[in-house]
Design a protein around this ligand. Structure first.
Ligand code: FAD
Ligand code: NAD
Length: 474
């Protein structure tokens, strides 16, 4: 058994872990990343990158078909094999060689194997060959182990070996038919992707789609999915799943029966904390890890958690944002340097509470940041909402014939600043950063009037939203 000491041990080398380690090394700490699968984690191999690669080609085709002159030039169909090959290149064929080179170049040590906390500031790593090594941390351990797909307790579901997001994003061929259980981001994106491949998709959601977002987002996406050939069953419970020889049978509370070649379960995530030794330090295996805004776990001065495992915001960009705060604060505390932990300080992830941008890459896209109208009211704000049809903006009408989409701005009536923005429409993802800046910067509406959008771009939606709200006079 080997024993090695580092300033910081980072458990999990996904997007979060890599960034905690990188910032800590830049802050002068010796750091080891512990990884039992692929360096780069979920986003690189089974989530963001492959899913977006699967979606992009059909989106380009649909976009071309929406512009007269270009549409006529689209004479063929989607080349599914080429799409899958392009996806494979984004995942480097599930090899982490490139990311390992980056880790090495960044001055971070790598320990391959399954890590478990075995005491305060101590992690024991079990390698694939069964050998173990004990790592001790002079300053901190950061848990960045991510999340797994949640398989709900539906009769027969586990026994039916359903697809999860992993199989859906890494499939080597495309099924003729696919039933999807869930109505969130994974369900709607994968329904869009597989419908684009010509798969007969049935999406079964126990509620509306994209709950938690502005209601019009889910409604517009449901309408679009149906137009793309997807059978969308809303407010429908799945009661039983059975695998027969040539496929699956999915029974619903409404009495309908869906048969398909495969079933994808897309019903949320569960934290990867069941087998990381939490019990040795008085925490409960299987729980999400709560943190303060410096990503420190309450009750400890050496234990941090970052990323999906904290349940703060299960999004790569937000995970990396938390990681930058954590890596920097661990280095600062180790050096006895001042810590800037007031809201919006250098060492805190304040935006997790106020301005989390998210894009759902359906067609139309849904891009949102900050609070929905309902969430703002629940938080006690006095608000006014402004809605505008994006298709009425000159830039949008040039962008695509018959452009349809909706924007909503949620305004804090007392401070006259924006609390939240949602855009639904083709290519609205690129509008989102302006909204994020307006919310994080708490830019007053009367100043936003001076941020003039270029004509004729879709960004003119900003002017229309402001005009609809009315120019503040004082
Ligand atoms: C289908 C899908 C699509 C998505 N698309 C997007 C998107 O477009 N944009 C976006 O922002 N977010 C997206 N997400 C969310 C995003 O993938 C996650 O938020 C992000 O990957 C979380 O990063 P992480 O570092 O917290 O965890 P992970 O990336 O899961 O990394 C955790 C790492 O820890 C390792 N590990 C776990 N336990 C141990 C242990 N005991 N010992 C050693 N190693 C261990 C794992 O092997 C893994 O490599 C998507 C998610 C899914 C499922
Ligand atoms: N583009 C992106 O940014 C992107 C893409 C995919 C995933 N993600 C992230 O990954 C996370 C996981 O995505 P997801 O779609 O799995 O989760 P989600 O939370 O978005 O949606 C879960 C869905 O499953 C349903 N559900 C939950 N329990 C159920 C049950 N027992 N029976 C039937 N339905 C049930 C919910 O009603 C909801 O519709 C999300 O939090 C998201 O942030 C992001």
């Amino acid at each position: 058994m080997q024993s090695t000491e580092y300033d910081l041990i980072v458990l999990g080398a996904g997007a979060g872990g890599e960034n905690v380690a990188d910032r800590a090394v830049q802050g002068g700490l010796t750091t080891v990343l512990v990884e039992h699968e692929l360096v780069g984690g979920e986003c690189s191999y089974w989530a963001c990158m492959p899913s977006k690669a699967l979606l992009r080609s059909a989106q380009v085709l649909r976009a071309a078909r929406q512009v007269a002159g270009a549409g006529e030039a689209v004479v063929g169909e989607l080349d599914v094999r080429a799409v899958l090959a392009r996806r494979d290149s984004f995942t480097s064929n599930w090899s982490d060689e490139g990311q390992v080179r980056w880790v090495d170049g960044a001055g971070i040590s790598l320990a391959r194997g399954h890590g478990r906390i075995t005491g305060p500031k101590e992690v024991t790593v079990t390698a694939a060959d069964g050998s173990t090594s004990v790592l001790t941390a002079r300053h901190a351990v950061s848990v960045v182990t991510g999340s797994d797909p949640l398989i709900p307790d539906i009769d027969g579901l586990r026994e039916a070996s359903p697809w999860t997001s992993r199989e859906a994003t890494s499939a080597k061929s495309v099924p003729a038919s696919l039933a999807i259980i869930g109505g969130g981001v994974v369900a709607t994106e994968m329904a869009t992707a597989y419908a684009g491949f010509g798969t007969a998709v049935t999406l079964i959601s126990r509620s509306g789609l994209l709950a938690g977002m502005e209601p019009f987002a889910g409604e517009l996406v449901a309408k679009a999915l149906r137009a793309q050939g997807v059978t969308v069953l809303l407010d429908t419970e799945t009661t039983r799943v059975t695998r027969s020889g040539d496929g699956v049978v999915v029974e619903t509370g409404g009495g309908s029966v869906v048969t398909a070649e495969e079933v994808l379960v897309a019903t949320g995530r569960t934290p990867r904390t069941r087998d990381i030794g939490l019990e040795t330090i008085g925490l409960t295996p299987g729980d999400w890890l709560k943190t303060d805004d410096t990503m420190l776990v309450p009750g400890f001065d050496w234990l941090y958690a970052v990323g999906d495992v904290t349940k703060r915001a299960l999004l790569t960009h937000q995970v990396k944002y938390q990681a930058r705060a954590a890596g920097d604060v661990i280095a600062a505390r180790a050096a006895g340097a001042p810590v800037s932990d007031a809201p919006w300080g250098v060492h805190v992830a304040t935006a997790d509470h106020a301005a989390v941008p998210q894009v759902t890459f359906t067609d139309p896209e849904v891009a949102s940041v900050g609070l929905t109208a309902q969430a703002a009211r629940q938080a006690g704000y006095e608000i006014r909402t402004v809605d505008y049809e994006i298709g009425n903006v000159a830039g949008a009408s040039v962008h695509a014939d018959g452009y349809t989409g909706t924007a909503r701005m949620v305004v804090d009536e007392q401070r006259k600043v924006i609390l939240g923005v949602t855009f639904v429409g083709p290519d609205v993802s690129e509008l989102l950063q302006a909204a994020t800046i307006a919310i994080v910067g708490e830019v007053p509406l009367d100043r936003l009037w001076h941020a003039v959008p270029a004509y004729p771009t879709v960004n003119e939606i900003w002017l229309r939203l402001l005009e609809t709200y009315g120019r503040p006079t004082t």
